[in-house]
Design a protein around this ligand. Structure first.
Ligand SMILES: [Zn+2]
Length: 80
C-alpha cells in the first residue's frame, strides 16, 4: 500500500531517493517494527512551472512511523 497525495499537494520526485545510490528496488521500513507506513522528513519547494512540490532534500533523521506513532529510523529493504 502506498499513500498518494492528490491535487496541488502531489509531490513530483525530482530526484529518486535513494535510487541514485542503489539501482535495485528498495522499500523503506521502520527499523523498530518493520512497517512500510513511514513518512520522511524533507524540505520541499514549490515549482511554479510544473505546479507541484519538488523535493529539495530528504533528511537522514526525523522520519515518522505511522504504526509506532513516533519518530523512527529507516531500513532500506530490497524488494522483488
Ligand atoms: Zn514502526
Amino acid at each position: 500500500m502506498q499513500a498518494r497525495l492528490t491535487g496541488p499537494a502531489s509531490i513530483h520526485l525530482k530526484e529518486s531517493y535513494p535510487m541514485s545510490e542503489n539501482p535495485k528496488n528498495t522499500i523503506p521500513q521502520c527499523s523498530s517494527c518493520g512497517s512500510e507506513n513511514v513518512l520522511f522528513d524533507a524540505y520541499v519547494a514549490w515549482d511554479e512551472t510544473t505546479q507541484t512540490y519538488e523535493i529539495v532534500n530528504v533528511f537522514d533523521k526525523g522520519h515518522y512511523c505511522q504504526d509506532c506513532d513516533g519518530e523512527c529510523s529507516i531500513d532500506w529493504e530490497e524488494s522483488d
